[in-house]
Design a protein around this ligand. Structure first.
Ligand SMILES: CC/C=C\C/C=C\C/C=C\C/C=C\CC/C=C/C(=O)SCCNC(=O)CCNC(=O)[C@H](O)C(C)(C)COP(=O)(O)OP(=O)(O)OC[C@H]1O[C@@H](n2cnc3c(N)ncnc32)[C@H](O)[C@@H]1OP(=O)(O)O
Ligand SMILES: Cc1cc2nc3c(=O)[nH]c(=O)nc-3n(C[C@H](O)[C@H](O)[C@H](O)COP(=O)(O)OP(=O)(O)OC[C@H]3O[C@@H](n4cnc5c(N)ncnc54)[C@H](O)[C@@H]3O)c2cc1C
Length: 663
């Protein structure tokens, strides 16, 4: 039997309706149709071919990506694609480039932080790509600490302009995507100075390049920051360094939704919180959570299909060896990742709806849910990107030696994905933001009832004193037992930290001293959100034979896997006995055997095309070995029998050996 037959047999074992599961994964039939259409459009167009990428040099690779981005823009216009379709099209092209910054950061920054007048002027230009923008916040010496940025924007009364300046080497803008070679404009974050007084960091629209010939404008020095981790992965992007030598921009190019500077040089703070200036980061963090489920599902799809094809040991009387997916150890590494992909998918949908709600409230001048939205996006960004990056690497290992080949698709995916742990808020820094929110919520509870994702903190008394009543492994198949366990663990960890901080004379010092425990407490809170969201999603109608049941199994796998992984927390907080933790682990093993027959169908439900996966190991048809062989044959080193350099550097050594032998 060949890999093709193995996957065919696996698909026959499925206990649920795969087409219905595809819809559940996508969120709705319409969402499925849009993404499916765009995936096929990209996969079937030779312009978007990407197998040659690993063999290209940096310049060729960059140019190739520019060509694809230009072609994609033409398709978007020629085919009159909707915003949603265009987003999926860019996603499936699967090459980081300047358009990510244009659509995910530059346009949202104009939308979220521009005044109505500024939006009228700049948005049409950006939306039609008459200008190309980037988001220039991070500097050589400051990224996480936004208030520590050094670039200055000094108001000049006489000319009614701001003077944008890089006073030091360390103030050079460093990292912004698309900035080195493509962006014509940037939203530059700088310290606003009026009459020698500092008014905080604000965003300014600054033109970097001529719209006529693309040359850099006077006073601007811009370039690429150099090659990044992984060959093809993120090197299609021109992350840049940028310096300003007293560049002048009109006053009305400071983003003025949150605060304004008048012609007289007066600083006016609107009646909106200054944190709204960080709004672009909040909205991108939500997109990053959604992207995590896509990246993890991609790695899991490859590792699961290959695990069903790969056989090692266990052959008796010349029969076939055991499929590696049947090893319990393989299942215990793979199936929690499969479950996590679904969990992240559902939490990202929930986060999107939370954000829509916050946006509507902001328009009505209700800012009450802003801190919670910030904590949720920051925390879930951190949780999902960390788990996804680790998960991709685990999938690579699950594929044994072949996982190390570029043709497996996994090394490039990892290298492309791992910076998500750093950009848009370094993950530990983000978890500390969650901790601030939680500690503050606890400290305000005497006069303010916690709501939303923190409402369980308001049920502190019972949660602090109750004990788990699970007695059998079966008892763990109960959503309320699971939620109660996660709530209790989180509440006890948060309260413990809060009480210990309160003992410090200086609360900031206490927070810093306890920061490692606080990060763990924040993680417990965020895991509770993901687990609860999964459980809530299952309360909704989910059509299709066996779909809901399969998702229920995955939900339990996700929750009990976390419980097992963090059993130290659950035991230390005194809610569980070691016997109950061990029963959870027993149940987890039973659940793996329920996932097993459905594993291939579950990864088919992601609806990933072979083009998107770009993996010989993850091919839909399972024809792995012939295609691995074919891919290897295509390596440039195999172009000739005697490679360049052999005659020059190897033959002389061999000949020298002959000479020595004669002696
Ligand atoms: C191809 C890529 C693959 C996948 C990508 C997929 C999708 C993504 C799409 C596109 C992206 C493409 C490529 C990535 C490009 C990357 C871009 C970037 O990285 S841009 C730069 C991002 N930088 C950061 O995120 C910096 C992180 N730092 C901060 O956010 C803040 O400074 C920090 C939160 C650390 C706050 O520091 P602090 O000094 O404490 O804050 P401050 O005094 O300013 O504020 C205090 C007060 O405000 C609260 N607060 C902070 N932030 C927010 C917020 N955003 N909203 C609401 N409230 C906020 C803070 O908690 C505090 O509150 P309290 O006073 O304690 O109550
Ligand atoms: C691929 C990529 C693309 C990017 N694109 C852009 C872009 O388009 N525009 C842009 O402006 N920026 C961009 N960035 C920059 C990115 O946003 C920053 O790198 C990120 O915000 C982290 O900041 P940092 O580099 O200053 O890390 P640092 O803050 O210096 O982190 C270094 C270490 O210090 C720790 N640390 C920092 N502060 C604390 C604290 N208070 N408590 C405890 N530990 C702490 C961190 O946990 C980390 O371990 C990009 C970065 C990458 C990698």
């Amino acid at each position: 039997m060949e890999g093709v037959d193995y996957l065919r047999d696996e698909r026959k074992k499925s206990e649920f309706d795969v087409e219905a599961m595809k819809v559940a994964w996508a969120g709705s039939r319409e969402a499925f149709q849009v993404s499916d259409r765009m995936a096929k459009l990209v996969a079937n167009d030779p312009v978007f071919e990407k197998f040659s990428k690993p063999t290209l040099g940096r310049k060729e690779m960059f140019k190739n990506t520019l060509r694809k981005a230009a072609y994609a823009w033409k398709l978007i216009n020629d085919l009159h694609l909707t915003e949603e379709e265009a987003k999926w099209l860019r996603h499936y092209i699967d090459e980081p480039n300047y358009t990510d910054l244009q659509w995910e950061m530059f346009v949202p920054a104009l939308e979220g932080q521009g005044s109505e007048e500024q939006k009228r002027k700049w948005l049409p230009l950006a939306q039609t790509m008459q200008i190309i923008g980037t988001y220039a916040q991070t500097e050589l010496a400051h990224g996480s600490n936004v208030q520590g940025l050094e670039t200055t924007a000094t108001f000049d009364h006489e000319t009614d302009q701001f003077v944008i300046h890089s006073p030091t080497l360390t103030s050079s803008k460093w990292w912004p995507g698309g900035m080195a070679k493509v962006a014509t404009h940037a939203i530059v974050y700088a310290r606003l100075i009026i009459d020698g007084h500092f008014y905080g960091v604000h965003g300014f629209i600054v033109q970097l390049r001529s719209l006529e010939d693309h040359s850099t404008l006077p006073g601007i020095t811009v370039g690429d920051i150099g090659m990044k981790f992984g060959h093809g992965a993120y090197n299609t992007m021109d992350n840049g360094v940028l310096r300003f030598d007293r560049v002048r921009i009109p006053r009305n190019q400071m983003l003025m939704r949150v605060s304004q500077v008048t012609k007289e040089g007066k600083y006016v703070q609107s009646d909106v919180p200054r944190q709204l200036a960080y709004g672009t980061m909040v909205s991108v963090r939500q997109t990053i959570v959604s992207d995590a489920s896509k990246a993890l599902s991609r790695a899991v799809c490859i590792a699961t299909r290959y695990s069903a094809i790969r056989r090692q040991f266990g052959s008796h009387d010349g029969g076939p060896e055991t499929q590696v997916i049947d090893y319990k150890t393989q299942q215990s590494r793979l199936f929690p990742l499969l479950a996590s992909a679904f969990a992240f998918r559902f939490v990202s949908e929930w986060l999107k709806s939370l954000q829509t709600d916050v946006k509507q409230r902001l328009e009505a001048k209700d800012f009450s849910t802003l801190p919670e939205a910030h904590a949720c996006t920051a925390g879930l960004k951190s949780l999902t990107t960390a788990a996804t990056a680790d998960g991709i690497e685990e999938c690579r290992k699950l594929c044994g030696g072949h996982g190390y080949l570029i043709s497996s698709g996994l090394p490039e995916l990892y290298a492309y994905y791992v910076p998500a742990c750093t950009y848009e808020g370094e993950n530990v820094v983000m978890m500390l933001q969650v901790a601030r929110f939680l500690v503050k919520t606890v400290s305000e509870m005497s006069y303010k009832q916690p709501v939303g994702t923190a409402d369980y903190l308001g049920r502190m008394a019972p949660l602090m004193h109750n004990n788990c009543d699970v007695q059998t492994a079966e008892d763990w198949l109960n959503p309320s037992a699971i939620v109660k366990a996660f709530e209790t663990r989180a509440v006890r960890m948060i309260v413990d930290c809060s009480q210990r901080i309160a003992k410090f004379e200086n609360q900031e010092e206490g927070f810093a001293e306890l920061s490692t425990d606080l990060v763990e407490a924040s993680l417990a809170h965020c895991q509770l959100i993901v687990v609860s969201t999964f459980i809530q999603r299952l309360k909704q109608e989910i059509p299709g034979k066996g779909v809901k049941q399969s998702l229920e199994v995955l939900c339990y796998v996700y929750a009990l896997y976390l419980l097992h992984k963090h059993q130290g927390d659950f035991l230390a907080t005194g809610y569980l006995t070691s016997k109950q933790a061990s029963l959870a682990n027993d149940q987890l093993k039973t659940l793996y055997s329920k996932v097993r027959p459905n594993a291939i169908a579950l990864v088919d439900s992601f609806n990933h095309t072979d083009h998107y996966l770009s993996s010989v190991l993850g091919r839909y048809d399972g024809n792995v070995y012939p295609k691995l062989y074919e891919a290897a044959r295509k390596d440039p080193l195999n172009d000739s029998d005697i490679a360049d350099g052999i005659n020059q550097y190897v033959q002389p050594i061999l000949k020298q050996k002959l000479h020595l032998a004669k002696l």
